[in-house]
Design a protein around this ligand. Structure first.
Ligand SMILES: Nc1ncnc2c1ncn2[C@@H]1O[C@H](COP(=O)(O)OP(=O)(O)O)[C@@H](O)[C@H]1O
Ligand SMILES: [Mg+2]
Length: 356
């Protein structure tokens, strides 16, 4: 970037180590640390602002030291992921520029049911699903096919997802839904289990979208009793992955398949109002059907994780990636060129198809 900016990196307060509150130690080992280090290497002046439960502190800090832009890595407020959308909402109200998806996109993606309803309205394939509210008698419709995966409606990081989430019949489904209601204190979603390759597709951009080479998780012992879904143990326990021969790598896809995946992911990205960067998780069935599992407006962008690996494979190294995200965000705040005002608004599904 040509000139140095004042960047405030907003992070979940729990990620700030008391020994290194400004993320200056080397090397940094977390997403937050990697982003801060990259921004500094790019020549920016970087401050870190922790988000916990104190609104006054956030407002005070941003008022006292107004940044040129916030790099928003906060994923919750008051330890509640459902409040993640309010962080950018607050920044909008304060007229502070920030990177990444805004409140509307975060809201659409937070609810795993709402997001699937919207996609299916636009004829994008998603697993059949059922939302189970706590405290209500539940009738499971006949159309539901097993196995079914029962998950908390609003979580991330595979919280609440274990092999026991995969159920074979109605009584197991109800039991797991009760577990989600009690342990996670929230609504459960039961989704038809989709068998197939699991791909993680990283997308960058706004008006023009770049789809990076997809990553894939390979369940080496599927069929031999090993895990077949990315449970929280699979995601966070390397020894467990080794034990069950589970690996992350790049997805080898025929060109036509990649083109189809990229086309669908761009539509999903626009429909759910993602901005600057995002990752779409999907399954590709043996018949070549694409089912969208989940859309992440706040994907992990740590060095070495899927998003950064995909970008790197496309020739966008880590610092350049962070720079691109920052520039994409800044460009959104520039006044629109005159021509944009006379363009037909892109509102219909048809316009979305044409736009990709
Ligand atoms: N309908 C489904 N069919 C097959 N696997 C699924 C389905 N839903 C979730 N999974 C598995 O569970 C993992 C986590 O589910 P996801 O909805 O992405 O939760 P999180 O937001 O916690 O990442 C996925 O990566 C996938 O392996
Ligand atoms: Mg996921």
């Amino acid at each position: 970037m040509s000139h140095s900016l004042n960047v405030t990196v907003m992070v979940d307060a729990g990620t700030i180590s008391p020994d290194d509150p400004e993320f200056t130690a080397e090397p940094q080992t977390t997403t937050e640390g990697h982003v801060v280090a990259a921004l500094r290497e790019l020549g920016h002046r970087v401050g870190v602002l922790g988000v916990d439960d104190c609104l006054a502190e956030i407002v005070g800090s941003l008022t006292e030291h107004p940044p040129d832009i916030v790099f928003n890595l906060a994923e919750q407020f008051r330890n509640d992921r459902r409040l993640d959308m309010n962080v950018p909402a607050l920044l909008e109200m304060m007229d502070v520029r920030f990177t990444g998806t805004g409140p509307a996109g975060l809201m659409l993606c937070r609810d795993k049911g709402l997001c699937k309803q919207l996609l299916s309205l636009h004829k994008i394939r998603v697993p059949d699903f059922l939302v189970l509210e706590p405290g209500q008698s539940i009738r499971v419709p006949k159309r539901i096919q097993y196995p079914v995966l029962v998950k908390p409606l609003y979580e991330d990081a595979s919280d609440g997802i274990a092999m026991a989430s995969l159920v074979k019949n109605e009584s197991e489904l109800l039991e797991r839904a009760r577990f989600v209601h009690e342990r996670w204190d929230q609504v459960a979603i039961a989704e038809q289990y989709i068998e197939g390759r699991e791909l993680y597709v990283s997308v960058l951009g706004n008006d023009r979208l770049t789809v990076f080479p997809p990553r894939e998780i390979r369940f080496g012992n599927a069929g031999k009793g090993g895990p077949i879904i990315a449970t929280s143990r699979v995601k966070w326990n390397e020894q467990y992955r080794q034990k069950w021969n589970i690996e992350y790598g790049f997805a080898e896809l025929p060109e036509a398949v990649f083109a189809k995946v990229a086309r669908v992911c761009k539509r999903v990205y626009r429909l759910l109002q993602l901005r600057d960067y995002g990752r779409i998780d999907l399954r590709l069935t043996p018949e070549g059907r694409i089912f969208i599992l989940e859309v992440n407006p706040n994907p992990g962008i740590a060095y070495g994780e899927d998003y950064a690996e995909s970008a790197e494979k496309a020739g966008v190294g880590y610092n350049r990636l962070i720079d691109r995200i920052l520039r994409l965000a800044l460009r959104r705040y520039e006044p629109a060129p005159i021509a944009a005002h006379v363009k037909t608004p892109r509102t219909s599904a048809a316009a979305n198809v044409a736009g990709v």
